[in-house]
Ligand binder design. Structure first.
Ligand code: ADP
Length: 544
């Protein structure tokens, strides 16, 4: 079945009576039009990535009714967002903004506090407000997806500009940037590539950050800082405001591109390879946010369930996936590197020759000739993404499990062999204990790397959900004990992750809380997001 019956009834937020809540909803309907306010009182629909529910986390790691909204509201403009915020303050109802809610693996569309009213900004606020073909910038509303932006550039004949897309192109350009997501062109650090925000504060004032504060200014999307404190930062991974407009810089078409792929034979090649990658990446010979993936993912991305290959207890043994890899065009290996070189052929050749010389210092390293790869090989999906063309093939590994869901462990470290090894070892240890297949991918930025470990689990199997949850919590603690922290996390892990950033007696969290209380005195906006609880909730047992 594709719906989950409700056991617990409509999720009325704590601190308000059911009757008062329904009165409040009636008032909101009067303000916004009843067609733009919906109670979440029906069965929970499951859907899939492109038709995802906005009512809850469709990949629940807890009980599926834990992280659910009480109602949904669809503003059509910044003014309507202001109305919603004023309404929330009047009734002291928690609100939770999402752009499109495709934040799968980190909570999807779900609010952190059960019964929050979800503000689905993207449904109606989905305009590309500007694309500047001379400055290579754009200004978008929350509902603009990577697909929509890409298609609009093509439609207008702007082939001289590229966008940057993450692994899956259906998400919000704005939502991903404010959650500090990454993509795979040289413009892969989305937050670093933004310029200009418009934000509705929790008390209803509207601010424009950067140059947008100067009326009539034409530099909002070109110079990110403006004058005075750089306030943009506090609106990413926070609960201090609702972002209604975002400026992004666009990449110039490099005049040619070429993907490449190398395979490495041994688990122990990881550390020496990362040592080789670091100087090449910092000096931009390796130009994009490239991926070094474990070969088990190459098997998983074929989209067949794990049970096709192995039905035994515990993690899939090495010999099993090696046997599969031997049958595939990629061939047998333990690690796969996907990269892209940009520019005209002679420029690419210069860089690719250096890369080849360096990578083949690892015994057994092989360059896979792309011309030998069939059109449905995953390589070509990475090729599109590294060229800023949105794609969805990455969804396929979710089929690894029945009712396939995923949740990520995402620590960051410098690009060092010993850090890669330490993180890989702790992930492997905890996955083995939990009986979960380990599929790590190192995404290498300019001076750091994100290790992304997606745990694929069966969301209808409570034992497996518990095992996944424990595995994640253990990895977060193990990583913190060694001095590593996560760059982003799922809603249910936010308190734990925030708690690891505790230098000097939690000085940073105390600072965040002070700011929260000043900006949001009624504590209505996304309480608990990123571990930041407003005074009204703090110390009352909300943390998990
Ligand atoms: P995507 O569809 O790109 O995955 P989401 O809408 O799920 O993006 O955004 C990811 C997270 O970032 C959300 O869960 C929400 O907490 C936060 N967020 C998204 N959009 C906004 C916004 N416009 N203002 C404030 N926070 C936002």
């Amino acid at each position: 079945s594709d719906t989950t019956p409700r056991q617990r009834g409509i999720a009325i937020p704590q601190g308000i009576s059911k009757q008062r809540f329904f009165e409040a909803i009636e008032e909101l309907k009067k303000e916004l039009g009843s067609e733009n306010v919906e109670l979440n009182d029906k069965e929970l629909k499951e859907g899939w990535y492109m038709e995802h529910p906005n009512t809850h986390d469709m990949m629940p790691i807890l009980d599926s009714e834990e992280l659910v909204a009480s109602a949904l509201v669809y503003p059509g403009s910044t003014e309507e967002v202001v109305k919603i915020v004023r309404w929330a303050n009047k009734f002291k109802v928690p609100i939770f903004p999402i752009s499109m809610g495709r934040n799968l693996g980190y909570g999807g569309a779900a609010p952190r506090v059960r019964g929050s009213v979800t503000i689905d900004l993207g449904r109606r606020m989905n305009k590309i407000l500007n694309i500047d073909p001379d400055d290579y910038t754009c200004l978008v509303e929350p509902g603009v997806s990577y697909y929509a932006l890409y298609e609009e550039l093509q439609k207008r004949g702007y082939q001289h500009m590229w966008i940057d897309t993450p692994d899956l192109g259906g998400g919000s350009v704005l939502g991903n940037a404010v959650d500090r997501g990454v993509g795979y062109t040289p413009y892969g650090d989305h937050w670093a590539c933004h310029s200009g925000l418009e934000v509705v504060l929790p008390t209803g004032e509207v601010v424009r950050a950067g140059m947008g504060a100067l009326p009539g200014n034409n530099t909002w999307q070109s110079f990110p800082y403006g004058f005075g404190p750089y306030s943009d930062g506090i609106f990413s991974q926070s609960n201090y405001g609702i972002v209604t407009k975002l400026g992004m810089t666009l990449m110039p078409n490099p005049g040619g591109y070429e993907s490449f792929m190398y395979t490495f034979q041994n688990e122990s090649d990881l550390a020496p390879l990362i040592e080789i990658i670091r100087p090449l990446r910092i000096s931009n010979i390796l130009e994009n946010v490239a991926q070094l993936r474990h070969a088990l993912q190459t098997v998983a991305i074929k989209g067949k369930p794990r049970s096709t290959y192995w039905t035994g207890e515990g993690v899939m043994p090495q010999e099993v996936y090696h046997k599969e890899l031997k049958k595939m065009p990629v061939g047998d290996c333990e690690w796969v590197y996907y990269g892209m070189s940009y520019g005209p052929p002679h420029i690419r050749k210069y860089k690719l020759d250096i890369i080849h010389q360096e990578f083949t210092k690892i015994p057994g390293a092989k360059r896979i000739d792309p011309s030998t790869l069939p059109a449905d090989e995953y390589f070509w999906s990475r090729d599109k993404i590294a060229a800023g063309i949105p794609d969805l093939e990455e969804l396929l590994w979710v089929n690894w499990m029945p009712n396939g869901s995923h949740i990520a462990f995402s620590p960051v470290s410098p690009i060092r062999g010993k850090d890669a090894e330490a993180l890989y070892a702790l992930a492997k240890k905890r996955h083995t204990e939990a009986g979960i297949d380990l599929m790590p991918a190192f995404c290498v930025g300019l001076r750091e790397m994100h290790l992304i470990v997606e745990i694929v689990f069966d969301s209808k199997n409570e034992k497996m959900r518990r095992a996944a949850d424990k595995c994640l919590r253990d990895m977060i603690d193990d990583a913190a004990a060694l001095g590593y922290g996560e760059y982003r996390t799922h809603l249910v892990l936010m308190d734990q992750v925030a708690g690891t950033y505790n230098w000097n007696d939690n000085a940073l969290m105390r600072f965040n809380e002070k700011m929260k209380d000043a900006l949001d005195p009624n504590g209505i906006l996304a309480p608990g997001r990123c571990g930041i609880w407003p005074a009204r909730y703090r110390g009352r047992g909300w943390e998990m």
